[in-house]
Design a protein around this ligand. Structure first.
Ligand code: NAD
Ligand code: MG
Length: 406
């Protein structure tokens, strides 16, 4: 895995932002933070098909462009904006995502589309040397080597929105972003990713097969989109995050440990060779990492509640149970295997989670489908984006077939 290369930030008075995935959980939180700070202006908002919310956001933030990936949603939005006398220009289809992610007038791109659909636009933002705020972890999981190579060849700055990686980033020395020697040379012994353990941390194992989408989407600490909520319940989210950490920080999975921390107050930690452990803490509210990345290397208000440790109560930590959470084991194994193993893992997971959310497949089928898909495909080196796309498609086809056969 390539070492991360970061460049000095370009700080301008006004920041022009393209917000990819504006109608999602991260998108809405990002707009809440932006609304507090007039120095940020919204250049573009994008969504898949939610016309009603996109209309509301366009009327409030007056972006130059609104992208709807769904063509009929784009037509509907155009008509509605004209009716309201809005000057926002609507672009249709996935090409619109690339256009607003790489537009010369944009300096900051928030990549908050869910799943593999976010890869082309996030990659375009990196290739066009934007300040890239990365929430879309699947992009990095499926194409991490290529993504980090593109970063090294550009002037882009990559900042992690995922709360754990944002915490690690905050606990690393500033100059870690300029070194090619890797974190051990800076005295880093381990990265400790925390995980809440999700809603089923203490459920009897024999009840897990009957879990419903509604139960899986009810996270104890965080309010998130449905896909990442299911990933949190299965702990595939932490598996994806181990892979994400390896790429972002240029380390092997042996340097990344997972700790269950049910309170979600310590967002992650970095352990140094002298025995020091640095932790980043805060309320479980994504507006904190979003504000941190928007303003980096400065600080701005996020609107989130401040932490009152006197009222918080005990903070607990313990090792994860890999029998209860096979998806975490699969994520760690894919991180070790490298190459296209994370691409296959991610694709099979997206298919299995979609089937579960549609009621077509069970919760415990998710790890089974992923494991079988990985076993039946050959992993290789990820040579190009085209190859990643092909492997992703093959894994999806196979995973769908495996679901039908169950
Ligand atoms: P969400 O489902 O709430 O929103 C997803 C957004 O992506 C929406 O705006 C939707 O219109 C858009 N989208 C969906 N499919 C698309 C497609 N095919 N093409 C273009 N756009 C499409 O998801 P979320 O919870 O906001 O998560 C977004 C990303 O951030 C995910 O990768 C997730 O893992 C990551 N993330 C989320 C959180 C969180 O707290 N929600 C925390 C950490 C990381
Ligand atoms: Mg996270």
């Amino acid at each position: 895995m390539s070492a991360p290369v970061h460049h000095a930030p370009r700080i301008s008075a006004t920041r022009s932002i393209s917000l990819l995935g504006a109608t999602g959980s991260i998108g809405k939180s990002t707009l809440e933070v932006i609304a507090l700070h007039p120095q940020y202006s919204v250049f573009a908002l994008t969504a898949n098909s939610n016309v009603a919310l996109m209309l509301e956001q366009c009327l409030r933030f007056a972006p130059r462009f609104a992208v709807m990936v769904d063509e009929s949603a784009a037509e509907e939005l155009t008509r509605a904006l004209v009716r309201h006398g809005s000057a926002t220009c609507v672009l249709a289809g996935p090409q619109g995502l690339i256009e607003v992610a790489s537009h010369p007038e944009v300096d900051t791109v928030m990549a908050a589309i869910v799943g593999a659909a976010g890869l082309p636009s996030a990659l375009a933002a990196v290739q066009h040397s934007k300040k890239v705020l990365l929430a879309n972890k699947e992009a990095l999981v499926m194409a991490g080597d290529l993504f980090m190579d593109a970063l090294a060849q550009s002037q882009a700055v990559l900042l992690p929105i995922d709360s754990e990686h944002n915490a690690v980033f905050q606990c690393l020395p500033q100059h870690s972003r300029a070194t090619a020697d890797g974190l051990p040379a800076l005295g880093v012994r381990r990265i400790l990713l925390t995980a809440s353990g999700g809603p089923f941390r203490e459920w009897p194992l024999e009840h897990l097969h009957a879990v419903t989408p509604e139960q899986a989407c009810k996270h104890p600490n965080w309010s998130m989109g449905r896909k990442i909520s299911v990933d949190s319940a299965s702990m595939m989210n932490k598996g994806l995050e181990v892979i994400e950490a390896c790429f972002l920080f240029g380390v092997g999975p042996e340097l990344v440990d997972v700790l269950i921390h049910p309170q979600s107050i310590v967002h992650s930690m970095v352990e140094y060779t002298d025995g020091s452990v640095l932790a980043q803490m805060g309320s479980p509210d994504m507006r904190i990492p979003i504000a941190h990345c928007l303003a980096w290397p400065q600080r701005i208000a996020s609107g989130a509640a401040f932490l009152d440790l006197t009222r918080q109560g005990a903070l607990q930590f313990h090792a994860p149970d890999l029998e209860r959470f096979p998806c975490l084991r699969l994520g760690i194994e894919a991180a070790r295997a490298g190459g296209t193993a994370p691409t296959i893992l991610n694709a099979a997971n997206e298919v299995a989670v979609e089937a579960f959310l549609r009621g077509e497949s069970g919760f415990t089928a998710i790890p089974a489908i992923i494991e079988q898909t990985l076993a039946q495909m050959t992993c290789g080196k990820a040579e190009s984006v085209d190859m990643i796309r092909q492997v992703d498609e093959q894994a999806r086809t196979l995973a769908r077939r495996l679901i039908q056969r169950r």
